[in-house]
Structure formats: C-alpha cells, structure tokens
Write a protein that binds this ligand. Structure first.
Ligand code: SF4
Length: 395
C-alpha cells in the first residue's frame, strides 16, 4: 500500500456494473424489509483504504453505510507497551520498530517522552526496520541488547515464528510479542454494535483477505452463525470490495447467511495449515488488551516456553498489561476506541484534522497507513469520491 498519488482505478467498467447491481439489490432489500439504512463492516485496514482511497462510498446507495472495524494492529496496541519500549530505549536498549509504531503516541509520557520518535530525539537508539530479519542482521552486527516490537495480526505471526523457531535471532535480540488475533476482535465489535446499536444494524461483514490466507475462510463461520449475517472474504481491488457488497446483499435477499470467499485466488477454506502450525508452535494464545477497548479473551499471542530465551517480557522486565492494571488508554477526547469498533466515524471526533493530523497524530488511529482516521485524513471527504462517481456515470 502506498500513500502516494491516487492509483488508477483498475476495472472501472466492472466496478460501475457492480455498483449498479449493489444499488438494485439494496433497493429490493430495503423495499422488502422496510429498511431505510443498513451497515456493512469492513474489518481490515487495507479494505478501508480501498473503500476510501477509491471513493467507493460514493458508489453505494445512501442508506448503505460502510463502517470500518478494528483492522489496524498499530491502532490497538496498548499505550503501556509503547511506554515500555520508550523506557527501554531511554535505558540504552536498542529498539527495533516499524515506521508507524515509531510515531505512535503514548498516553503517559516516560520521563517527558511520548513516542519512540521522541525517545530517539532524546538520545535513545530506536531503529526503523521493515522486518524481524532486518533487525536480526543489524543486531548481530553490533551485539548490544536489543528488542524487536512484534506488532501485527495473523499475517505477521508465521514469519516471526519461522525466524524464532529456526534459531535465526542473535542472542542479544529479544522479541516483544504484541501479535493480535482478529476473529475475537471481529466478534467483540459485532457484539458491541448489537448490544448498543447505533442508527442502523450491521447486516454483513467484509472479512480480511490477507488474514484469511492464514486462518482460512472457515475462521469466520462462528461469526456468521452467531450473528446470523453473511460474511464475505474479499480481495483488495475496488471490484473485489464492490463484489463483496453485492454478495452480502444477495445473500440477505435470499435469506442465506454463512461465509463466502470472493478472494478465491488467494484464500482457501482451511487457510494455510503450515503457517498455522508454525504460528502455534512458537506462540500460545492469551487474553490480551486492545488499546481503548479492554481485554478480549483469547485474542493475543505470546511466546511459548521453548522460546523463553527470546522473550522480552521476562528477559527485560517488560510489564504486561493485566485486567486489573488496564486503563482506558487513548488521550482525552480521542474517539479512536469507537472508531475501531465501527461506532463512530473519524469526522465525529473533535480533534480530527484540527489538532490530530497525519503529520501530528494525537490519537493512535491517525498514525498508521491502516488507521481509519489517517486514511480518512488523506483520502476522505467528497472530492475524490464525487469525481469517481461522476467518471463512472453514477453521480
Ligand atoms: S482523529 Fe485523532 S483523536 Fe480523533 S479519533 Fe482519530 S486518532 Fe483519535
């Protein structure tokens, strides 16, 4: 994914045809069910990027709202772990991190420092890397005590596991596992929206394509069954997302629920058994804290005992967040917790594009290229969207 110039819309004729189909299906459904409004949740930050970047909201009927879910791992990493990483950097540990986590604001400053970027400015050795392998090679060269911040979802975990299990890390590099599992978060978001409904029900989910290559489409069956909604595993082209919306509406019209794979060119029903085997050989499942949200059962991964020598929590005294120590950890007024649960839009937040911008993020959803607020800040608004609808003859 790139923040660069707007990418050309591939398959615009197909997208336009799918958009017309979506409008027709929605009209039929609305008339039959007496609905004026319904919501479809896209879970993955990359889907939200596609929806917003290409202005797909302008192509669907007014009563069909596309809402974003908690599909950005940086946005949901608790502030406490950022604070722990800052402390380590200020105490002389080399900290390896991805670029977005580097700017992630902590809610409680550590010795006056609020982010890893500030920790580096204050003299800490914070290094930006693209991968754990890059960190391992660098750490092997200098030999100083180091830590890698292992943020990500199921897509990141097998790669981490392969290196850790293969003994590819130098002894001086420790791993802070902050990996999160997505099905529990999707389940929780939908539960919250069902218990405290907003203006319209969520009647379908576009499930994350990348994660599904690992966990398989079958991982979403409990969601579809429990909430009795269609779940469509989709790819990331605009046509994929529009096709997923059409599939959800078709299933609602036919009274069918369950899981459908639109992204069949990449996703298998069972996912990748080899990746799953690696992941669960290296990691154990724990109840985990999600920033702004709280503890979700069985939603995180920590290293197994066989990899204890790499575990930053034990080896560097990193403090775990526990249910009793967890505190709401977004800055005052930031509505990120509601944004990631699909309960609020970025534009509902009083800080949006005032004192919270991509260049000066105040809350966590404004940092990463997968954060909903950052995506809306860069591509949201009516400009691109209206232009796209006009070009496709739909405005
Ligand atoms: S605009 Fe900034 S402060 Fe507001 S919800 Fe988004 S990240 Fe939080």
């Amino acid at each position: 994914m790139s923040w660069g110039r707007q990418s050309p819309l591939r398959g615009s004729g197909l997208v336009a045809a799918l958009a017309r189909r979506v409008r027709r299906l929605f009209s039929e459904l609305a008339a039959r069910e007496g609905l004026t409004k319904l919501k479809i949740m896209d879970f993955c930050g990359t889907h939200e990027w596609t929806v917003t970047h290409y202005g797909l909201r302008s192509l669907v009927p007014e009563g069909l709202e596309l809402v974003a879910g908690p599909g950005c791992p940086v946005c949901v990493t608790p502030s406490r772990y950022v604070e722990e990483a800052i402390r380590l950097a200020l105490d002389g540990v080399v900290v390896y991190t991805y670029g977005d986590t580097y700017r992630l604001p902590a809610v409680r400053p550590v010795r006056g420092v609020r982010s890893l970027a500030e920790a580096r400015a204050a003299g800490g050795d914070v290094r930006l890397v693209y991968s754990l392998l890059e960190a391992a090679r660098d750490a092997a060269r200098h030999g100083r005590t180091s830590v890698f911040l292992g943020i990500g979802f199921e897509t990141a975990a097998p790669g981490y596991a392969r290196l850790l299990l293969g003994g590819k890390l130098p002894r001086n590099l420790l791993f802070m596992s902050l990996v999160k599992l997505t099905p529990p978060a999707m389940f929780y978001s939908l539960e919250v929206l069902r218990e405290k409904p907003t203006d319209a029900p969520v009647m379908g989910v576009i499930a994350p394509g990348h994660v599904s290559t690992i966990v398989g489409a079958r991982a979403w069956v409990p969601v579809a069954e429990h909430f009795e909604i269609p779940v469509v595993v989709a790819g990331f082209e605009p046509a994929d997302v529009m096709a997923a919306i059409a599939l959800i509406l078709e299933r609602l019209l036919r009274g069918e629920r369950g899981v459908v794979v639109e992204y069949a060119r990449a996703v298998r029903w069972e996912g990748s058994p080899e990746a799953q085997r690696l992941m669960y050989k290296a990691f154990r499942v724990v109840d985990d804290a999600w920033r702004g949200i709280g503890f979700l059962p069985k939603s995180g991964l920590r290293l197994r005992d066989r990899l204890a020598r790499y575990d930053a929590f034990a080896e560097l005294g990193v403090r775990e967040v526990t249910p009793s120590s967890w505190r709401a950890d977004n800055p005052p007024g930031c509505r990120c917790a509601e944004v990631v649960l699909g309960k609020a839009r970025p534009t509902d937040c009083p800080h949006f594009m005032r004192d919270c911008t991509p260049s000066r993020p105040y809350g966590p959803c404004m940092v990463s290229s997968e954060g909903t607020c950052a995506i809306w800040a860069r591509f949201g608004g009516g400009g691109l969207a209206s232009e796209l609808a006009r070009r496709l003859g739909l405005a």
